[in-house]
Design a protein around this ligand. Structure first.
Ligand code: GDP
Length: 300
């Protein structure tokens, strides 16, 4: 028989509050002291002050003074988290448009290249034809990585000489995707935030150029965020919303120790759809975002 699954190595919030050996019969009053303790835990878990306060307030509503067991507290808390996450748990929408143009943005190291490879593989498996454009023309390593991912996914990767104009590559990729009748064009972009003005101009130019071919493009602008950067994700969303019209998020590296509590703050503040989560470095390690699973794992 297969070995029993390892218990999760990362303790959830409740594990930290009550310890994992807490007898399930122990009860505590849902009072101000407990709410404060919970709120602190939520803040430590990157949920942000406002969201943490909202979650605990909702949880307490009509229940103050009640004596609750640990499993009851967990269930209430994860239900509140799931309630915030349910509206944003939406896979990337597919349109009849050909090619559907997907711009992928995010800071370097967030997992853009990997996520593009995983997405390409998933779309291929779903019978879609895909073209990738290696739009971060300044980073030779990013282009090489993308080619490796393209090979793995069985998807052509369009590249341009190092340092050449990403917008003209995007234009050529549009031409090819149109000529081939490709369903999807996934465009990687640069993620060097050191010079925002440059990056903004670069992204704007890519958008301008692909709109010459299709005035409705890009159809999706996906921001890739790294779960291990915690609260940083909030400022990254703010920044990239100024640089591009972000339509959805992918959060990577949720297979590590990070539980992605910041996603709750993101959902609460921005309401952007979460299309998928990265759960490893392999091609199949991209999972749909499940609000209930996420809430249960977070609360733990
Ligand atoms: P980019 O600079 O944004 O294109 O980032 P990359 O795609 O090159 O990813 C940066 C690093 O993060 C690489 O070592 C990837 O293998 C790793 N990575 C990406 N996504 C995940 C994920 O979901 N889980 C884990 N554990 N590692 C990931």
């Amino acid at each position: 028989p297969p070995p029993a699954p390892e218990p999760s190595a990362k303790p959830g919030l409740m594990g930290r509050m009550f310890g994992t050996a807490q007898p399930p019969v122990a009860r505590r009053a849902l009072d101000d002291a407990m709410l404060e303790e919970l709120e602190d835990l939520l803040i430590q878990a990157d949920m942000g002050v406002e969201t943490a306060a909202r979650v605990t307030a909702n949880m307490a509503e009509g229940r103050l003074g009640r004596r609750l067991s640990v499993p009851e507290i967990k269930a209430l808390l994860s239900a509140e988290v799931a309630r915030i996450m349910e509206p944003v748990a939406r896979p990337m929408p597919l349109y009849p448009r050909r090619p559907q143009v997907v711009l992928v943005v995010g800071v370097n190291g967030s997992g853009k290249t990997t996520t593009i490879g995983k997405l390409a593989s998933q779309f291929r498996a779903a019978g879609k034809s895909v073209v990738i454009a290696a739009g971060d023309t300044f980073r030779a390593a990013a282009v090489e990585q993308l080619q490796i991912w393209g090979d793995r996914a069985g998807v052509p990767v369009m590249t341009a000489p190092q340092g050449s104009d990403p917008a003209s590559l995007a234009f050529d990729a549009m031409t090819r995707a149109e000529a081939e009748g490709a369903d999807l064009l996934l465009i990687d972009t640069a993620g060097r935030l050191q010079n925002r003005t440059d990056l903004m101009e670069e992204l704007a130019k890519i958008v301008r150029v692909i709109r010459k071919k299709d005035a409705t493009a890009p159809h999706n602008t996906i921001l890739v965020l790294d779960a291990t950067t915690g609260q940083n994700a909030l400022s990254q969303v703010e920044t990239f919303q100024k640089l591009a019209d972000v339509t959805g998020l992918v959060m990577t590296k949720l297979d590590g120790t990070a539980r992605g509590g910041v996603l709750v703050a993101l959902a609460d503040r921005f309401g952007l759809p979460i299309h998928a989560i990265g759960v490893g470095e392999q091609i199949d390690d991209l999972a749909p975002f499940d609000p209930q699973d996420f809430a249960t794992a977070l609360v733990g």
